[in-house]
Design a protein around this ligand. Structure first.
Ligand code: B12
Ligand code: SF4
Length: 446
């Protein structure tokens, strides 16, 4: 391609000295001042080669190959709106703080560009990379970066708790093509108090001694996002008439979806954050009067009359029925669609239902053949699941299936249980395998 050096743009640029990237590391205090002036409430700096980034370094470098340092940013949310039972109020605070985080990150990147430093600002929350849905749609996992950058530690509710601001923060990350003179290090204690108020407040029981139940939280809290939205669309497609549609979805649910589409998606809960008393700036009311704190902050969320979205046969459904009988239960369709056999294998720990697995202690070998061939070993024991690649040890049951056929069934029915009940699989040893696999299927509800 012949480009004339006489072109006015080229001539003008050549006439000026180039904006050189800094040859020495950026002083930490300079960068901190820049982040604060842009609106960040706290920040920290982590080099790309730090071990805390091992499991996401490849993804980050694929996205921005020049990354040498990550800036982690924390933005404080106003606490009173977040803990208010009115979802319209709490969601406004989440959305506005997230907008503020994105605007501040953008400003920092613009300022770095003026200094000759190339940098990018992945979004704090949405939008994300939906071409990768239902896989990992986020560009950077902000939480591990924040922990490495000394902005807090993960609490029992699996959110980062800042030593001062507590759980009431939105996180952001900036990737930059420069070194920073002094890196940040993790704080040496966890601000989480172990009070378990998050466990008590979560309407779907997503936080327990078995860890974080991703499927329970995602099905209810994200009813109006991604998979929940797709289910809503499918309900419309399946409706035979307006009356049939009305029987499936209430007017309030339709209006809520409209509101989400018009004004930004509404989270249904976030109660785990609302009730968290941790953090120096936050803890005082809890320290002064614990019963009063529970009465004023936890109880209104627990006693709120609202609809809870669950999958049929899930731990969440059992939890709502037992702990919150005054809350209405609505069944959703499958909100986590499986599109590849590898996705099925990777996704098993995220959709596993510890409660439904009670009494099942067995090891399964899965041998998928054909276009999507893969082997894996799944062990379910004491309400925990372990998924290992390859065929390990002696199984209690083996499933042999053509991968693409398996997917076809899953796409149609979206029920692992029904899939396992079909006779298209070759199981061994029969009939014990069939019995064990029926129990296995219950751990992954529709
Ligand atoms: C995926 C995601 C979720 C998922 C999973 C939550 C989770 N605990 O990770 C869902 C949809 C359930 C969710 C819910 C919420 N989230 Co969210 N979420 C994210 C996101 C996009 C990535 C999280 C992540 O890094 N996960 C991976 C590892 C690091 O986390 P983990 O706990 O070890 O992994 C769990 C899950 O992520 C899941 N998982 C891990 N890998 C994979 C891969 C795939 C393909 C899938 C499907 C799942 C999955 O399994 C693990 C255990 O259950 C970040 C934004 C970002 N770009 O970082 C926000 C973020 C973590 N969320 C945030 C918030 C505020 C919330 C909500 C309060 C939203 C709301 N208003 O209701 C709730 C709180 C629920 C909770 N107790 O965690 C904040 C947390 C701030 C903080 N103080 O730490 C973040 C950082 C957004 C932000 N910019 O501030 N979220
Ligand atoms: S509510 Fe209590 S247990 Fe849960 S994260 Fe906060 S301090 Fe930890």
């Amino acid at each position: 391609m012949a480009v004339s050096s006489e072109h006015p743009t080229i001539a003008s640029v050549r006439a000026k000295p180039p904006a050189l990237p800094p040859s020495s590391p950026i002083p930490r205090d300079d960068l901190r001042a820049l982040c604060q002036s842009a609106g960040a409430d706290d920040c920290g700096f982590v080099a790309i080669d730090r071990p805390e980034l091992d499991d996401q370094r490849d993804d980050i470098l694929r996205f921005f190959p020049r990354t040498r340092t990550l800036i982690s940013l924390a933005f404080r949310m106003n606490r009173e709106p977040v803990l208010n039972p009115a979802r319209s109020v709490a969601n406004l605070e989440f959305h506005q703080t997230t907008d503020h985080a994105n605007a501040a990150a953008r400003l920092i990147v613009a300022n770095l560009a003026l200094r000759g430093v190339r940098a990018v600002n992945p979004s704090a929350g949405f939008p994300m990379e939906m071409a990768q849905f239902p896989g990992k749609v986020w560009v950077v996992s902000h939480k591990p970066v924040a922990v490495a950058a000394g902005l807090g530690q993960m609490g029992i509710h699996r959110n980062v708790i800042h030593p001062r601001f507590g759980s009431f923060i939105v996180l952001g990350t900036i990737l930059l093509d420069a070194d920073v003179a002094e890196q940040s290090r993790p704080i040496d204690y966890n601000p989480c108090l172990g009070c378990n108020l998050c466990v008590a407040a979560c309407p779907v029981g997503a936080i327990s001694e078995h860890g974080f139940n991703f499927a329970s939280c995602y099905t209810h809290n994200y009813r109006e996002f991604m998979g929940g939205f797709t289910d809503w669309v499918e309900q419309i497609a399946d409706s035979r008439s307006a009356a049939d549609h009305r029987a499936r979805i209430s007017d309030a649910d339709n209006a809520s979806m409209w509101q989400s589409l018009a004004y930004g998606p509404n989270y249904k809960a976030a109660y785990c954050l609302s009730v968290c008393p941790a953090g120096e700036d936050v803890i005082r009311p809890f320290l002064d009067d614990k019963p009063g704190f529970v009465r004023d902050i936890v109880k209104p969320l627990q006693s709120k009359r609202e609809t809870i979205y669950v999958q049929q046969g899930s731990d969440a459904e059992a939890h709502v029925a037992k702990r919150f009988p005054h809350k209405a239960i609505a069944h959703t369709g499958g909100v986590l669609r499986i599109s590849t056999i590898q996705g099925l294998i990777d996704g098993m720990p995220h959709v596993f239902q510890p409660g439904q697995s009670e009494g099942l202690n067995a090891t399964f070998h899965f041998r998928f053949t054909g276009a999507q061939s893969a082997n894996c070993t799944v062990t379910i024991r004491d309400r925990r699941i372990e998924v290992r690649p390859g065929l390990v040890g002696t199984p209690d049951a083996t499933v042999r299936a053509v991968g693409t056929e398996w997917l076809k069934y899953l796409r149609r029915d979206r029920s692992l249980l029904r899939m396992l009940a079909t006779r298209t699989l070759r199981l061994s040893p029969l009939p014990r395998a069939a019995q064990l696999l029926t129990a296995f299927g219950k751990c992954f509800p529709r």
